[in-house]
Write a protein that binds this ligand. Structure first.
Ligand code: FE2
Length: 229
């Protein structure tokens, strides 16, 4: 039995499709938030999450699109997300908006006799704070779970503290730890495994270049996607 864990897809369909092609056999899917903003195919990615994720939580970008609010990002990524969000908001229909708004900020579920606690940014269900792996230990005090699944930082990590294992599967669509790869995790036969695969990043950039976005945003996103200046 295999649980596929994905996060931070950010409208990057080529990256998502690469993950799905690499893991064709899936018994369940958990999504740690942020399906929209940044990438060129938010609708296709959102509808895949809606139809395929057995468990899903709301990311800060899902929240920003769904409720027309600030994503509370920093620096140039904030500028890119403001531009891409305005575009994405023209692409989604009412059912898509309602899906984003109804996503919980915390999902507790059981799978294969293990207790999972999933949220976007912190084990407590926050959407915005950036927690490094070094900060995980302090934040799990008093939390009851076998596995805590988090996204948000776009950096993969897994660490076990006593009986609790914290996992960040990394970002499918906008990895910050090694660009041009789609990151995810699988939980299979009692083992948690981080995985990452190359995808057709040029396909994503070509779709960005066809989008009604300012050139500086497209050029900046191309750098963010490839890591190449
Ligand atoms: Fe994200």
């Amino acid at each position: 039995m295999k649980l596929l864990i994905v996060s931070d897809i950010h409208g990057n369909l080529a990256a998502l499709e690469a993950v799905l092609a690499a893991e064709p056999q899936r018994d369940a899917v958990a999504f740690c938030g942020d399906v929209v903003d940044y990438g060129p195919q938010p609708v296709e990615c959102l509808r895949w999450v809606r139809e395929s994720a057995d468990h899903a939580v709301r990311g800060n970008h899902d929240n920003a699109v769904g409720f027309d609010m600030d994503c509370q990002c920093m620096g140039t990524f904030r500028e890119y997300s403001v531009a891409t969000r305005a575009w994405h908001r023209t692409l989604l229909d009412q059912t898509d908006y309602e899906f984003l708004r109804q996503l919980p900020t915390l999902d507790l579920f059981e799978w294969e006799r293990k207790h999972f606690r999933m949220a976007h940014a912190t084990p407590q269900g926050d959407l915005f704070e950036y927690l490094s792996v070094e900060q995980w230990r302090d934040r799990i005090v008093g939390v009851d779970a076998d596995f805590i699944l988090l996204g948000h930082t776009h950096v993969q990590g897994v660490q076990t503290f006593g009986t609790i294992t914290v996992v960040n599967p990394g970002s499918v669509g906008l990895a910050r730890d090694r660009q041009g790869e789609a990151c995810y995790a699988i939980f299979q036969d009692g083992q948690m495994q981080l995985k990452r695969i190359p995808y057709d990043v040029e396909c994503t950039i070509a779709a960005m270049r066809a989008a009604p976005l300012p050139h500086q945003v497209i050029d900046g996103m191309a750098v963010a996607l490839t890591g190449i200046r």
